[in-house]
Design a protein around this ligand. Structure first.
Ligand code: SF4
Length: 292
């Protein structure tokens, strides 16, 4: 099997066998995301996916976890997805779970019954970027959905029995939008009540100036390290979720923390406060190590 590069997966899918059932992202317009800018969206012909699955089932017959790529496999028609999931279940007898990226623009087109059909075929975890819960910012970054729509599609998936792994991106709102971004994102996360919640930190590299001046405009200024921690503090202090694994271990973050909410919320807040009080703390990842 050959991958159509570039290929992305969440850190937690490091041990999963990846199949590209679609290529690229059907939306591909989010301002901060360059992941699939080199690809045109395509649902791969079933015969091609079948060839990959059969080949890998000979090589890795004991596969327990599968991740569907690229950016939004759920943009594929439901009958096609059911055929692909059935095939995977047939070829990998030890299969325990399948996971996939999902986006609000494609989840919108799936009914609860369709999602239940996927769940019955071991599709279990959907990774969805909330990015921000602030509508003004969602519009500006061209996410293609409002906060309310993101809540609705996520709740629909949870109602169908799927587990949602969601994340927000610290720094998206810049200096002036930082507080609202944090508070609105917590509000949306609470309404979704996901099983997993993570933060990423905006990293633009050579595109910082382009993002600041040409894309966001209106005097937009990116936040610095301390403001990023403050934003994380504002976000976490408002979280009110039922049973959620929270993490900021992603390599883009300054402060790697993890814990279960609500049980470990106080401890997580204490760690953030400790780091905020000493910006030279060894707990903080140096800039050169971010993104590695
Ligand atoms: S939906 Fe996801 S993969 Fe597609 S452009 Fe937006 S952030 Fe990137």
């Amino acid at each position: 099997m050959e991958y159509d590069m570039p290929l992305f997966r969440p850190p937690s899918e490091a041990r999963s066998l990846i199949f590209q059932v679609t290529l690229g992202c059907s939306w591909n317009r989010c301002m901060f995301c360059a992941m699939y800018k080199t690809k045109s969206f395509l649902v791969r012909p079933f015969e091609e996916v079948e060839r990959d699955v059969v080949e890998m089932s000979w090589r890795y017959p004991d596969t327990r976890k599968i991740f569907l790529a690229d950016g939004d496999p759920l943009a594929a028609p439901s009958d096609y997805l059911i055929k692909v999931l059935d095939l995977m279940n047939r070829r990998f007898p030890a299969l325990e779970r399948i996971s996939s990226y999902a986006g609000p623009t494609n989840l919108k087109g799936k009914t609860v019954d369709e999602l239940k059909e996927f769940k019955a075929r071991k599709l279990d975890v959907l990774y969805l970027g909330i990015e921000t819960g602030n509508d003004r910012l969602l519009k500006k970054i061209k996410k293609g959905a409002t906060a309310r729509q993101i809540i609705e599609v996520s709740r629909k998936a949870i109602d169908a029995g799927l587990r949602m792994s969601t994340f927000i991106i610290l720094g998206l709102g810049g200096v002036d939008g930082s507080y609202d971004h944090a508070k609105d994102s917590a509000r949306v996360a609470n309404a979704i009540d996901p099983h997993f919640l993570a933060t990423l930190t905006l990293m633009l590299g050579p595109y910082e100036k382009v993002y600041e001046q040409e894309m966001m405009g209106d005097g937009f200024r990116l936040i610095d390290k301390k403001q990023t921690l403050q934003e994380l503090r504002w976000f976490v202090e408002d979280l009110d979720v039922t049973d959620c694994k929270f993490g900021s271990e992603h390599a883009s973050n300054y402060l790697p923390i993890s814990g279960t909410l609500p049980r470990e919320k106080d401890g997580i807040l204490r760690l953030i406060d400790t780091a905020l009080a000493d910006m030279s703390s060894k707990m903080l990842r140096p800039d050169w190590a971010r993104g590695l």
